[in-house]
Design a protein. Structure first.
Length: 512
């Protein structure tokens, strides 16, 4: 008779390397590697076909890496409690293993249900930390140092073998159509899987990342110079520990390098290493306060924006037809790639929240669906930060015309994504409504007045912030969620570099 199973529940950690639950489970007994395709999760308004396409490719490679270990990946379709219940009834589960997850509200409720089921069934559920996020954190003091220590731990090797369980385990994931996901073409989407994740990491650290610090702000250069690791971190094909340690190793090489571009490399990798901290810093916010996926972090902003979006404004923004060329080009590029760089994400969100005065939940959901690298713990705190509802961050109202001139001075990016503007002279490419031939364009005029919309938003929110009651709640938010000044770890091989608190710098909605 087969001993009770050690079930390893893969979630957004689709790898066997640096997978502590898998390694520990293999020491405890026969292991069933399990991935549950949950129809309820994929029916949520932040889920999309492009995300499932990436995840499916990651699952395919995970299966090929598990096969040689002796026990294939089991892919079940159903809700987690039901699937686990069936496995327990048939085989008996000794321990359920997984990584901790800082997901959306649906996965939070699901984990509560699984926890209650496991207690009732007498099954121990062991969750291991995947990122630098600390569950049930009491204080942010010392958080960055804890991150450094955690990322400095040795990478956990995969088990040498798994005891074959025998039997015919389901292995084929359903299609997007099977899950009821709408068609979601994304022609330039990054491919999924660990092999691709490692290739992207190596190419960044050895070549593409040299000008990361300088090039990451403009979409003209960011598609080549950004790390592009965010979908692989979001789906767990590579671990944050692997990325951090590879970065530190490269920094140690550069410390003594006499290459002409060594200084540019050192500056870029210092910025990159800092953003690894900020990645987990923002996830910690949602871990500590899950309600911020749905409610204003600072409740003084309740009712400031309408509860329901203006449908025409929301649809124009979604389609990239607001009449602001650089903004629209960014939305169309995002639609085709499933990724765009941090500053442009912030601008897209800012325009929806300030210029169009849309409730951030509606526009935030649209962006979530478009991002292959959607990470709820980063996305929702950043959505609120870019919408001015945290109560503690400086209001950053992006001017889409100025951003166009700054980031795309010759209009090359705009022309690549908005062919309707092919005949517009360079001098008017970011403000085509000022051109005498604008009436003949198959492109809309500005949906709102730029200066007027910015001024109205700024005046409304600044007036609210001057209220005395606003400050007390803001202080409490800083105490709970604000980053503490810290330094980069010495493990990178050099003197420490002072880093500004994450809430005071312009950051990405993704990892970058």
């Amino acid at each position: 008779m087969t001993p009770p199973l050690q079930v390893v529940w893969f979630k957004r950690d689709l790898r066997v390397e640096d997978h502590r639950p898998l390694a520990l489970a293999a020491r405890a007994g026969p292991v069933l590697p399990l991935y549950i395709v949950e129809p309820g999760l994929w029916a949520q308004p932040d889920a999309s076909g492009r995300q499932w396409a990436f995840a499916s490719e990651c699952l395919e490679e995970l299966a090929t890496r598990l096969d040689p270990l002796g026990q294939p990946l089991c892919v079940e379709v159903g809700e987690a409690v039901d699937v686990l219940g069936r496995i327990h009834d048939r085989f008996g589960i000794a321990t359920l293993w997984s990584h901790e997850e800082t997901g959306n509200g649906w996965t939070y409720a699901r984990d509560l249900a699984v926890s209650a089921w496991a207690r009732k069934a007498g099954i121990r559920w062991r969750e291991e930390r995947q990122f630098g996020v600390i569950r049930r954190l009491k204080s942010r003091n010392g958080w960055a140092q804890a991150w450094d220590r955690d990322m400095s731990q040795p990478v956990t090797p995969p088990p040498r073998e798994l005891v074959p369980l025998g039997g015919d385990w389901p292995r084929r994931p359903p299609s997007a159509q099977d899950l009821g996901l709408a068609p979601d073409p994304c022609p330039h989407r990054q491919p999924g899987g660990r092999t691709e994740g490692l290739r992207v990491l190596e190419s960044f650290l050895s070549g593409r990342g040299r000008d990361y610090r300088k090039d990451m702000s403009s979409p003209l250069t960011a598609f080549a110079s950004s790390s592009l690791l965010s979908p692989h971190l979001a789906w767990g094909t590579v671990s944050m520990r692997e990325v951090a340690q590879a970065t530190w190793a490269r920094q140690r090489e550069l410390r003594t390098s006499s290459a002409p571009d060594a200084g540019r490399w050192r500056g870029s990798l210092s910025s990159f290493s800092g953003r690894q901290h900020w990645h987990c810093h923002f996830m910690q916010k949602l871990e500590d306060e899950p309600r911020i996926e749905f409610e204003n972090l600072h409740r003084a902003y309740d009712g400031v924006r309408p509860d329901v979006s203006d449908p025409d404004r929301l649809e124009a923004w979604r389609q990239g037809r607001t009449g602001y060329p650089f903004l629209d080009a960014c939305m169309r590029a995002l639609d085709a790639h499933g990724w765009i760089n941090f500053r442009m994400r912030a601008m897209l969100m800012s325009f929806a929240s300030y210029h169009l005065w849309l409730p951030w939940r509606d526009s935030g959901l649209h962006l979530a669906r478009k991002f292959v690298d959607y990470e709820p713990g980063i996305h929702w705190p950043q959505v609120q930060m870019q919408s001015g509802t945290t109560g503690i961050n400086t209001l950053r109202i992006y001017n889409p015309v100025k951003q166009g001139h700054d980031q795309d001075p010759e209009g090359a990016f705009v022309r690549a994504w908005i062919p309707e503007l092919a005949t517009v002279p360079d001098a008017f490419i970011h403000e085509p409504w000022r051109w005498e031939g604008a009436a003949g364009l198959a492109y809309p005029p500005p949906i709102v007045d730029n200066a007027g919309a910015m001024r109205a938003a700024r005046e409304t929110l600044h007036a609210l912030r001057r209220d005395r009651s606003h400050k007390g709640a803001a202080r409490a938010i800083v105490n709970k969620h604000g980053s503490r000044k810290t330094s980069m770890p010495r493990a990178e091989g050099g003197r420490r570099t002072r880093v500004r608190p994450a809430d005071q710098v312009q950051l990405s909605l993704d990892f970058g």
